[in-house]
Design a protein around this ligand. Sequence first.
Ligand SMILES: [Zn+2]
Length: 89
Amino acid sequence: MNNRIAELYKQIHDAEIELNAIRSTCPHSNGHHIMYYSWRVGAMYPSRICNTCDAPLNGITDEERDKFLKEEAEKNKKYRLEHGIPEIE
Ligand SMILES: [Zn+2]
């Protein structure tokens, strides 16, 4: 393997360790917002996201999910209209 590639993998690994350490000590007490969260390629769902550490949190309500999806649909519709992109049925 190219040495630079190996170094970049190490940086990613070290960053993931630091990120997990920060998140594991965050009290998640500064509120949350709703955003798509993806835990693997091809899977993306609305989730509560901590405002401080950006970690996904458990406990999204049906109301939060429905409001988020409705707002996303409106944003997408507006974008399609502005850019002349036909709607996919
Ligand atoms: Zn947090």
